[in-house]
Structures are given as structure tokens and as C-alpha cells.
Design a binder for this molecule. Structure first.
Ligand code: ADP
Ligand code: MG
Length: 439
């Protein structure tokens, strides 16, 4: 069920059709829902006079609206400050936007054919129905709900087992923490932290592909937890088979659990998501507007959410007749979001940054003069990639690196081309995937 405040916003939307704006703002401005269950809504109205007017004149409207929303009858109880103290359940907080850990629950996840398998798998894990889905590996493109599901699992397990040591870590943080731990000689602490988890959730694991020292440590963490029969869940923007420089033993482990992919939502699911998100934000959009958005925005859920937020901001900021939400106004508001995404052309900075990251270096180190083996190779790869993925001239590329001209760039590129082993080829594929994931 939605939070009390969200339901109240939906009630107000319906009342707008029946009451004048003046009546609404005069009598309902102090209303605050402080409790709701299946059969009763409790509303706090601090001013006695307002409370008595709402009681006498508007309570029936509120009940009608609730019946419309839930297809069921509700009691409506209006209380003042003093009585409200006796209502035990604290009011739920409305998420101020559509984010925050408390928002990412199973209840707020809309299920459709594109994500039902991943959803069911995540739910089974959260409900501890089986130990067979271990590890659970959820993959799919950006903005389709992977992180949402991971948080939902955490939410559920935390509720059931407040004593569990739940570790939630992003692949990137795991890697950075590990690097720091090694530098500070704190490997033991690092191990202890991760290997004592009762539930291990790792978001965006694709980042560890190719990073040998990270993979090594990760492998041991994984084994320890796996052998202790602790549940493990990963998300990734690609399946294990496309993480090119993943150690084979890790790939085998990942594939021995359950792989669940998420696809972009179909039309029906998009409609359901748009409706749900707008209700959560206190709006009920006309059907033709919902359909319009669903027809035009097809790629991912984050984008749908962005459109709904933009429409609400527009509604909140504009006054009077301009604020009406119609297909025409919506088309204007979200016009720039429709633009077909043209093929992503990475910038040289993106390429340098991703290549550096892959080798555990900073962009500055890569651009600089250091000649350690690792840095030299990384620099050559970066030059090769910039040449391949952008239309910069050799001279321009040289200008991106300290003290290099077109001839050193050419030498570097040749070097890479001439030593293209299977391993190097896979490394380049992984870096390219990381670069494209930014687009
Ligand atoms: P990913 O991790 O796959 O890039 P996220 O989990 O961050 O994507 O989802 C992006 C946004 O879209 C989040 O705000 C999330 O709540 C929302 N979202 C994605 N899928 C759904 C869904 N099926 N139902 C409701 N919201 C969704
Ligand atoms: Mg994510």
C-alpha cells in the first residue's frame, strides 16, 4: 500500500473535481493524515472550528474518494492535537521525491513481463524461500530497476532480521576500499568486514572485471560467504558472459547461481509505471497524457520517472489556466527528453578516465609522464581508444598527454595493434563497455 501521505494526495486530487479551490484551501490546508489501515483513516485538524466544518460538510466527500481509490469502505476519523496523541502508529513520511532507501521497496516496484523474472527471483531471495538462487545475478541496462530490487531485498531482510549483518556495497566502492586497505596494510580488517556478512549485496559488479587484485580478493570473499551458505546478490549492466576479463572461476561461480535479466518495459508496464509515479507525487494524470508519455518514451524507467517529475514541477510552478496538464502542454514540457538518443560519442576525457580507472590510476597519472609498466600500457590503450572512438587527429591526441606529439601517439597506437593478444583484446572490450555505459 502507498504511504498515508500519498493516499491523501490522491484524495485531494479527487476532491478537486468536486470542491472549489477556495473551499479546498480554506478547509483542508491543515489536514494531516496520521494513521491509515485497511478500514480507517485518521486525519489531524488542529483548529477546532475547521475540524467541525470538515466533519459536518466534507467527511462524506473524503469517504467517497477513498472508496473510489480502494474500491472499499473506510471510516474517517477527524481528531485534534490532543486526541492524536492516542493514535499509536506514527505517521509515515512521504518520500519527498521518488528516491531514498525507503522508497525502493517491492511494493513500489511495478511488475511487467520485462522484469517479472528478476522481480520474482529477488522476492524469493528476500522471503528466504530457497537457498538455490545463490548467487542471484541480476543484469540489464541502466535505469531498469536493478538497484531498486537490490534495495528492496535489503529492506525486506532488515525488517525480518534486524540482527543480520547486511553488507550492501557498490562494486566501485569495494574496489576503492580494497586499494586503500592494501596501501594501509589493513587487508585483515577489510576481509573481516566483508566476510562476516549474513547477506551480501553488491551493486554494479561489472566494474571488477579485469581488475586482477580486486577479483582475487573478491573471489575469496565470495567463497567464504558461499560456503557458509550466506545469500549473495549481484547486479551488473551485462551478463557474466560479456564481462570479458572476468576470471573463469568467477564466471563459473556466477553462472552456477541464478541469472535474471531485466529488459526495457513494454507499453502496458510503462503506463502502469507512469500512473504509479504520478500518484506518488500527488498527481493523477489524464489517460491521454499517460498514453502519450508511454508511446514516446520507450527506453528506460529512470526517464519515465524524470518526465513525471518534470510535469509535476511544471504544475507546481505555473499558475491558473496555464497549469492544466494536457497532451499539448506535456508534449512541450518533455519535448527535449524525446530526442532519439543519437549514438553516444565519448569524449577523450571519458576515455582517459575509464582507462585510468581500469588500471587503478588517476586521469592525471595517465596524462602525466610516469613510465611504470602499468601506466605506459594504460596510456597506450587510452590513445588507441581515443583514435578509434573519436575523430581527433594524432596531433590533438598528443596534446591531451604531457609532452607527447603526433609521432609518439602513432607509435603507441601501432604498439597496441601489433601486440593485440586475446587478453589485450578482452581488456579493450571491457574498457569500451565501461566507456559506453556512461553514454
Ligand atoms: P538501475 O540500477 O537498473 O540502473 P534503478 O534501480 O536505479 O536502475 O532504477 C532507476 C529508477 O527507476 C529508480 O528510481 C527506480 O525506482 C525506478 N524503477 C525502475 N524500475 C521500476 C519499476 N519496475 N517500478 C517502479 N520503479 C522502477
Ligand atoms: Mg543501479
Amino acid at each position: 500500500m502507498n504511504s498515508a501521505e500519498e493516499i491523501w494526495q490522491s484524495v485531494l486530487e479527487l476532491l478537486k473535481d468536486r470542491l472549489t479551490p477556495t473551499a479546498l484551501s480554506t478547509w483542508f490546508d491543515e489536514c494531516k493524515v496520521i494513521d491509515i489501515n485497511e478500514s480507517r483513516m485518521v486525519i489531524l485538524i488542529p483548529t477546532d472550528f475547521k475540524r467541525s466544518v470538515v466533519e459536518a460538510r466534507f467527511k462524506g466527500y473524503i469517504k467517497d474518494a477513498l472508496r473510489e481509490i480502494f474500491s472499499g469502505d473506510f471510516d474517517v476519523l477527524l481528531v485534534g492535537e490532543k486526541e492524536s496523541k492516542n493514535i499509536t502508529n506514527p505517521p509515515e513520511q512521504k518520500p519527498s521525491d521518488l528516491s531514498g532507501n525507503d522508497y525502493y521497496t517491492f511494493e513500489n516496484f511495478i511488475v511487467g513481463p520485462s522484469n517479472s523474472f528478476a522481480h520474482a527471483a529477488a522476492k524469493a531471495v528476500a522471503e528466504e524461500q530457497t537457498k538455490a538462487y545463490n548467487p542471484l545475478f541480476i543484469y540489464g541496462e541502466s535505469g531498469l530497476g536493478k538497484t531498486h530490487l537490490l534495495y528492496a531485498i535489503r529492506h525486506e531482510i532488515r525488517r525480518k532480521h534486524p540482527d543480520y549483518n547486511i553488507v550492501f556495497v557498490r562494486g566501485n566502492d569495494f574496489m576503492n576500499e580494497l586499494i586503500t586497505a592494501i596501501q594501509m596494510g589493513k587487508n585483515i580488517d577489510f576481509r573481516e568486514k566483508y566476510r562476516s556478512a549474513d547477506l551480501f549485496l553488491m551493486d554494479d559488479i561489472q566494474i571488477i572485471a579485469g581488475k586482477n587484485s580486486t577479483q582475487e580478493e573478491f573471489f575469496h570473499t565470495f567463497n567464504t560467504l558461499y560456503e557458509a551458505q550466506k545469500q549473495i546478490v549481484f547486479t551488473s549492466d551485462r551478463p557474466p558472459s560479456e564481462m570479458y576479463t572476468l576470471a573463469d572461476r568467477l564466471r563459473t561461480r556466477f553462472e552456477s547461481g541464478l541469472l535474471a535479466d531485466i529488459q526495457p518495459p513494454d507499453y502496458e508496464t510503462r503506463t502502469a509505471i507512469i500512473k504509479n509515479k504520478s500518484i506518488q507525487l500527488g498527481m493523477i494524470l489524464p489517460d491521454d497524457v499517460v498514453n502519450y508519455i508511454a508511446e514516446n518514451m520507450t527506453s528506460n524507467v529512470r526517464q519515465l520517472e524524470g518526465a513525471v517529475k518534470k510535469i509535476r514541477a511544471y504544475r507546481d510552478l505555473s499558475q491558473g489556466e496555464n497549469s492544466e496538464i494536457t497532451v499539448t502542454s506535456v508534449a512541450r514540457i518533455i519535448k527535449d527528453m524525446f530526442k532519439e538518443k543519437t549514438a553516444y560519442i565519448p569524449t577523450p576525457d571519458d576515455i582517459i578516465e575509464e582507462t585510468a580507472k581500469y588500471y587503478g590510476l588517476t586521469s592525471a597519472e595517465l596524462r602525466g609522464q610516469s613510465r611504470t609498466r602499468n601506466t605506459t600500457l594504460a596510456r597506450q590503450i587510452a590513445m588507441y581508444q581515443i583514435r578509434r572512438l573519436t575523430n581527433l587527429s594524432l596531433q590533438d591526441i598528443g596534446g591531451l598527454f604531457e609532452g607527447r606529439d603526433h609521432s609518439t601517439v602513432l607509435t603507441s597506437i601501432k604498439k597496441i595493434e601489433n601486440s593485440m593478444t586475446e587478453e589485450l583484446n578482452q581488456t579493450i572490450k571491457d574498457i569500451t563497455a565501461n566507456i559506453n555505459a556512461r553514454g
